[in-house]
Design a protein around this ligand. Structure first.
Ligand code: FES
Ligand SMILES: [Fe+2]
Length: 339
């Protein structure tokens, strides 16, 4: 890990889940990040973030992406529950040594229904989010459930993947059959410290008509009536079209600088009572479209040469790459974050 990535991991809070994903006792989800796997687990109503590693001999508690079940190690039967580690055949161990066994845990904090995890965060979550906290909280309340979870490693530097997500310059060439159909035109860019919110107007008349017509099925009046996206610095993004669904992306840098642990989730917005059946096919197709868009992004990101210098001073930025420029500026300013 580079010193910069290490500092970003340690000093910032990271958005990792929505409350609805781990709402029931025993619900869990697993994300890859540079410290192994991060486990978000609902321990009898207490939602915590753990290393997915049993302290006995290191077996992983859970494999897969998400599920519901006890945090039980399949190797020798140690379990975690009610805030305590419960070794199998505890009497057969030296009690002092046993008492010293712990599961790695991370700090957690909430912004509305969004869960953030911290390693050694430098500030409170509210301070880190600044003005972005209000809209994040609002958006978090408009989300009802997870529809899709798709972990997809990108074989590229995390900055390549995030830079790609921060500009619309590539949309026509890379997403000609998907995202380009919105014919987005920038409406606003709001800078809240390191967090960037961008709103785009949907200008394709046919697409706009179709999307507007769906409005009667959703309770999304509070959502932006267009394309809205926020970069929650450093490793997360959320985007939505009309608030019908929300795509949440995490871009955790891997230990190997040429790899990014990317994950996209599609979360449903609020559907009006009785309209659930009517929107099912639309939301399923949104999930499919979301996967397709990120597959397109993955392919072009992996085409970026590792020899390209992401820190070179004279990088050219189109107007539609302003957010990318701001990220570049911020990362350049913290080139030696540990010094
Ligand atoms: S490795 Fe988990 S119980 Fe032994
Ligand atoms: Fe893209």
């Amino acid at each position: 890990m580079t010193p910069q990535v290490d500092a970003l991991y340690r000093c910032y809070w990271h958005l990792v889940a929505h409350r609805s994903e781990v709402a029931e006792p025993g619900a869990w989800l697993r994300l890859d990040w540079a410290f192994g796997d991060l486990l978000v687990f609902n321990d009898d109503g207490e939602i915590g973030a753990f290393d997915n590693v049993c302290p006995h001999r290191g077996a992983r508690f859970f494999v897969g992406d998400h599920g519901v079940g006890p945090m039980l190690c399949p190797y020798h039967g140690w379990r975690y529950g009610g805030g305590a580690l419960k070794p199998a055949l505890a009497k057969s161990f030296d009690p002092e040594v046993l008492a010293a066994q712990t599961i790695g845990r991370y700090r957690t904090a909430w912004c509305g229904d969004f869960l953030f995890v911290g390693v050694e965060p430098e500030q409170d979550l509210a301070d880190q989010l600044g003005g972005a906290a209000v809209q994040l909280e609002t958006v978090s309340r408009l989300i009802t459930r997870r529809r899709d979870f798709h972990a997809l490693p990108f074989e590229c530097d995390w900055r390549v993947a995030v830079e790609n997500a921060l500009e619309t310059y590539h949309v026509n060439l890379i997403h000609g059959e998907t995202l380009a159909s919105l014919a987005m035109v920038e409406k606003s860019l709001v800078v809240d410290g390191p967090n960037l919110t961008w709103e785009g107007e949907v200008t394709d008349k046919r697409t706009l008509r179709g999307l507007s017509a769906l409005g009667r099925y959703f309770d999304a009046a509070e959502a932006y009536q267009g394309y809205w996206t926020i970069h929650v610095f450093p490793f997360a993004m959320i985007s939505s079209t009309f608030g019908y669904s929300y795509a949440v992306q995490t871009y955790f840098p891997a230990r190997d600088a040429r790899r990014t642990h990317f994950c996209t989730r599609l979360l449903d917005g609020r559907v009006r009572p009785g309209a659930e059946r009517a929107v099912e096919a639309f939301l399923d197709s949104s999930a499919e479209m979301n996967r397709r868009i990120f597959e397109e992004d993955r392919q072009i990101c992996e085409r970026v040469s590792p020899a390209y210098d992401l820190e070179k001073p004279q990088r050219a930025f189109a107007r539609s790459e302003e957010r990318l420029r701001l990220l570049h500026e911020r990362l350049s300013a913290m080139k030696n974050p540990l010094s």
